[in-house]
Design a protein around this ligand. Structure first.
Ligand code: NAI
Length: 382
């Protein structure tokens, strides 16, 4: 079993799909691991530490992937028109494991199928307890939620905690968080640790207790509808217009009082819901800060500009970074790499690392996108 780890080439990406720790583990299982030179440079893993962990360093992506039975990446591979023919480097019959954005990248999935690659899209990991340790959305969202608060605090021209000094009292910052999923809960915990007063809202009523257990105050919109807002998979459903109106009314006053607003609300497969309107932003205090973690999916905030920091006429700064986890490259890489290790280990025979994939396994079936020359995922096939 020859595993290759490629360097990420997309703009703004700092992560790498292996860490010295996971290289050691794969080598221990009997695999050979090749890392493309410089793959870990942006997340502070030098070639040397991968070598010390047992990897061989390859001079190029073509050299690393061309010899590999299994390739690990963070982001979807590039096609030739994007500047590097990463799909072309993959060997027919090899396995690709990455965040593929499979459901929105059909041409790429077809190209992988045509190349004879078996691909696993980690973002499609079923949300069952056995899969928690393999869930890249969860591991990366955790870091994103933390970093959103740190970025907001760094941008905010006032202090987060209350301070009683001889020269007077500094009031604590008031933080409002939309969406109390993985990122939102981590943001609540981080803001609380910094001493802020934290409010949060979500459409799923189940999050109320979680918010309160972290010391946040939960804003209830419509208890009945919120109790029905969760899918079997734990995700939010799109809400009706009546709910959206009530939600806007319920949060409007809170947005105006907030010093920092962090939005994390997502609905899988759809554009992010617009929760903070231009009118709300225009009414916010001079110097307040918004971090829109949903920027990639169109944003929760009117005025978010993807990958940019903008300041409105009334002095509100909106941060629209799309790849927040990449702003904490080293930890994000380590956790992503661990997710891959946990997913791939059951596929390998201990000692020889020979492939023994259980195609009937729910996690294999849920993430498998291309196999035997075809796009096979139920959401994409046909
Ligand atoms: P997400 O990233 O899809 O959404 C973030 C949050 O936004 C969610 O809490 C969602 O309810 C909320 N939201 C959506 N529309 C909204 C609106 N209009 N207004 C306010 N909030 C809105 O979700 P995430 O964070 O990835 O996870 C959701 C759930 O899945 C969590 O309960 C988590 O515990 C569970 N989960 C389970 C896993 C497993 O069992 N393997 C792994 C990861 C998460």
């Amino acid at each position: 079993m020859q595993i290759a780890v490629l360097k990420e080439r997309r703009a703004g990406e700092t992560r790498v799909a292996a860490s010295p720790d996971t290289v050691k583990k794969f080598v221990g299982l009997g695999a050979k691991v090749t890392v493309e030179t410089g793959a870990g440079a942006a997340s502070a893993f030098a070639d040397k530490v991968f070598e010390e962990a047992g990897a061989t360093i390859a001079p190029s992506a073509a050299a690393a992937a061309g010899a590999a039975d299994m390739v690990f990446k963070i982001q979807k591979p590039m096609m030739a028109a994007e500047g590097a023919d990463e799909v072309g480097y993959l060997k027919a019959g090899s396995i690709l494991v990455a965040h593929l954005n499979a459901l929105t990248e059909k041409p790429l999935m077809q190209a992988l199928a045509a190349k004879g690659v078996t691909s696993f899209a980690l973002e499609l990991m079923p949300r069952i307890s056995r899969a928690q340790a393999m869930d890249i959305l969860s591991s990366q969202s955790n870091l994103a939620g933390y970093k959103a608060v740190v970025d907001a605090a760094a941008t905010f021209g006032k202090a987060m905690p209350m301070m009683m000094t001889a020269a007077g009292t500094v009031a604590p910052a008031r933080v409002l968080i939309f969406g109390a999923g993985v990122a939102g809960l981590q943001a609540i915990a981080t803001a609380k640790r910094m001493g802020a007063v934290v409010y949060a809202t979500d459409v799923r009523y189940a999050t109320k207790e979680q918010v309160e257990s972290l010391g946040g105050k939960f804003i209830v919109v419509d208890e009945e509808k919120m109790k029905a807002a969760q899918t079997a998979g734990g995700y939010a459903k799109e809400m009706d217009d009546d709910f959206k109106k009530k939600q806007a009314e319920a949060v409007h006053a809170e947005v105006l009082k907030a010093d920092i607003v962090i939005t994390t609300a997502l609905i899988p497969g759809r554009a992010a819901p617009k929760l903070v309107t231009a009118e709300m932003v225009a009414g916010m205090k001079n110097g307040s800060v918004i971090v829109d973690l949903a920027a990639e999916a169109g944003g929760n905030v009117d005025g978010t500009v993807k990958d940019q920091v903008v300041t409105t006429a009334n002095g509100v700064t909106i941060l629209g970074h799309t790849n927040m986890a990449a702003r904490l490259g080293r930890d994000a890489s380590s956790l992503f790499a661990r997710n891959i290790l946990n997913f791939v280990t059951p596929m390998l025979e201990k000692g020889t690392a020979a492939l023994k994939i259980n195609w009937d396994d729910e996690l294999v079936k849920g993430t498998l996108v291309t196999k035997d020359g075809a796009v096979v995922h139920p959401s994409l096939a046909g």
